[in-house]
Design a protein around this ligand. Structure first.
Ligand SMILES: O=C(O)C1=C[C@@H](OP(=O)(O)O)[C@@H](O)[C@H](O)C1
Ligand SMILES: C=C(OP(=O)(O)O)C(=O)O
Length: 451
C-alpha cells in the first residue's frame, strides 16, 4: 500500500467545458472512523458508501490485525464485527499505515488504553510527519513510545490499561489529535476532556454519540470542551457514509474555472466544520447552488450545482483554515485564475501534511506559469483573470507523494494552454481512486504517460 510503487506520470491539457453529474467517494474522515468505531462496538455493523481508497484500507487492515472482523460484501459495503471496547488484541505484525496520517494518529489513540504493544510504519511521506502532537498527550495517559528521531515513524508504542484520564487543551487545531485523546478515553476509567480553542471537524463527537458513548460538548471561555466517559460500551450501527467534500472540492474549482462548465456533484457532506472551501469560493464569486438539502445519518448533505464564473481574488480569512485545511491546494488553483492577487495566511499546518503543501504548491503553480510568492504560513497568488495557464511544457510537477497536490494540478491542467504534467499521480489512489475516470466522464482528457 505504500508508495514505493512505480511512479505514474499524468498529463492533462484543456479540453473544453466540463459538463455532467457525478458522485464523489465516501468521506475519508467518516470512513476511517466507521471502521474504527464499528471494530470496537459489540455486534455487527454495516457500512455503506465506504471510501475504498488506500488510506481507509490501511485502517481496515489495522483493525483486522487487532482482532476485528472486517469484510467487504459489495462495492463500498462493509460488514464489521467488533471486539468491544477494551478488547483489541496484540497485533502480530507491524501496522502499515501507508500514506495516512488519520489512520496513524487515531489508531495510536485506540492502542494507548489497551494493554498491547503495536508498531506503526508508513511510507516516506508519512515517516516525515510529526507524531509528538499525539505521543505527548497519550504519554500523559500512560502510554510509552519508542520512535524514530523527531518523534516520527517507525514508532512502537505500549498502551496502558487502565490508562489515566486527562484534561487536555489542544495546542494545535487538529481533529486528529482531538480524536486520538477521545479514543484513548473510550477505554479509560473516568472522564477524559479535550478543549479545542478553535473548532475542528467534529465527526468523532457525532459518531461516538451515535455508537452510544457518553460524550458531551460544551462551549466554555477557553473553547469547545468535549468530555467522554470511559469504559464505554459501543453498540453496532448501520452507517451510510456521505460524499467527501474534500474530493468534491476538485470539481467545484474545475467547474468554476473552465469556461462553459456546468457540473452537479451529488450527495456531498455539508458539515459546517468541513465547508470552508465553499465559503471561500463564494467570496470569490463562484456559482455554487445547494440542491436537495437533507440529512444522512446525522450529517447535513446536499447536491451542489457549480457553473463557470469569473472569480475575484480575496484575502482568505485565516479562521476558515480548520474547515478547509485539506482544500488549500485546490483553492490556490482557483486563485491562479481569479482577477487580482489572493493572499492566504495563517495556514502553517499545511507544512506538515503529506508534503509541505505551501512549498509544493508554490513550486507547482510556478512551474505551470503562475506568479506566486511564498510566506511562512501561506501563499500570495497573482491571478490570471480567467486566462489559461501557460502549462508545464517539458517539465513535470513534483507531487511529492501527495494526492492533493497531484489532483489540484490535474485541475489546473484543465484550463491550460500547454499540458500540465505531474511526475507521479499514483498517490491519488490514497483518497480518490476514481478521480481520473470521473475527469474523463466530465469531458477532460487526462493521459497516463510512459515514465
Ligand atoms: O481527523 C481527520 O479525519 C482529519 C483531520 C485533518 O488533519 P489534522 O487533524 O492534522 O488537521 C485533515 O487534514 C485530515 O485529512 C483528516
Ligand atoms: C492530510 C490528509 O490526510 P492524512 O492526514 O490522513 O494523511 C489529507 O487527506 O489531505
Amino acid at each position: 500500500m505504500s508508495h514505493s510503487a512505480p511512479a505514474r506520470p499524468l498529463s492533462i491539457a484543456a479540453s473544453g467545458p466540463l459538463v455532467g453529474t457525478l458522485t464523489v467517494p465516501g468521506d475519508k474522515s467518516i470512513s476511517h472512523r466507521s471502521l474504527m468505531f464499528a471494530g470496537l462496538a459489540v455486534g455487527e455493523s454495516r457500512i455503506s458508501g465506504l471510501l475504498e481508497g488506500e488510506d481507509v484500507l490501511a485502517t481496515a487492515g489495522a483493525m483486522r490485525a487487532m482482532g476485528a472482523q472486517v469484510e467487504r460484501t459489495a462495492d463500498g459495503v462493509w460488514q464489521v464485527h467488533g471486539v468491544g471496547v477494551g478488547g483489541l488484541l496484540q497485533p502480530q505484525v507491524a501496522l502499515d499505515m501507508g500514506n495516512s496520517g488519520t489512520s496513524t494518529r487515531l489508531l495510536m489513540g485506540l492502542v494507548a488504553s489497551h494493554a498491547i504493544t503495536a508498531t506503526f510504519i508508513g511510507d516516506a511521506s508519512l515517516s516525515k510527519r510529526p507524531m509528538a502532537r499525539v505521543t505527548e498527550p497519550l504519554s500523559r495517559m500512560g502510554a510509552s513510545f519508542t520512535t524514530a528521531p523527531g518523534e516520527r515513524l517507525p514508532l512502537t508504542m505500549r498502551g496502558l490499561c487502565p490508562a489515566v484520564p486527562i484534561d487536555y487543551t489542544l495546542p494545535v487545531a487538529s481533529a486528529q489529535v482531538k480524536s486520538a485523546v477521545l479514543l484513548a478515553g473510550l477505554n479509560t476509567p473516568g472522564i477524559t476532556r479535550v478543549i479545542e480553542p478553535v473548532p475542528t471537524r467534529d465527526h468523532s463527537e457525532r459518531m461516538l454519540r451515535g455508537f452510544g458513548a457518553q460524550l458531551t460538548v460544551e462551549e466554555t471561555p477557553q473553547g469547545r470542551m468535549i468530555a467522554i466517559t470511559g469504559e464505554a460500551e459501543l453498540r453496532a450501527q448501520n452507517i451510510e457514509v456521505p460524499g467527501d467534500p474534500s474530493s468534491a472540492g476538485f470539481w467545484m474549482v474545475a467547474a468554476s474555472v473552465v469556461p462553459g462548465s456546468d457540473v452537479t456533484i451529488r450527495n456531498v457532506l455539508m458539515n459546517p466544520t468541513r465547508i470552508g472551501l465553499v465559503t471561500a469560493l463564494r467570496m470569490m464569486g463562484a456559482s455554487i447552488d445547494e440542491l436537495a438539502q437533507r440529512d444522512v445519518g446525522g450529517e447535513p448533505v446536499a447536491d451542489l450545482r457549480v457553473r463557470h464564473a469569473a472569480l475575484t481574488a480575496i484575502e482568505v480569512p485565516p479562521d476558515l483554515a480548520p474547515s478547509m485545511i485539506d482544500e488549500y491546494p485546490i483553492l490556490f488553483v482557483a486563485a491562479a485564475f481569479a482577477r487580482g492577487t489572493t493572499v492566504a495566511r495563517g495556514a502553517h499546518e499545511l507544512r506538515v501534511k503529506e508534503s509541505d503543501r505551501i512549498a509544493a504548491m508554490a513550486a507547482a503553480l510556478g512551474l505551470a506559469g503562475v506568479r506566486v510568492s511564498e510566506h511562512e504560513d501561506g501563499l500570495s497568488i497573482e491571478g490570471r483573470d480567467g486566462d489559461p495557464l501557460p502549462g508545464t511544457r517539458d517539465a513535470r510537477v513534483a507531487s511529492l507523494l501527495d494526492h492533493r497536490i497531484a489532483m489540484s494540478m490535474a485541475v489546473a491542467g484543465m484550463h491550460a494552454r500547454a499540458a500540465v504534467t505531474i511526475d507521479d499521480a499514483a498517490p491519488i489512489a490514497t483518497s480518490y481512486p476514481a478521480f481520473v475516470d470521473t475527469a474523463r466522464a466530465l469531458g477532460a482528457l487526462p493521459q497516463w504517460m510512459n515514465r
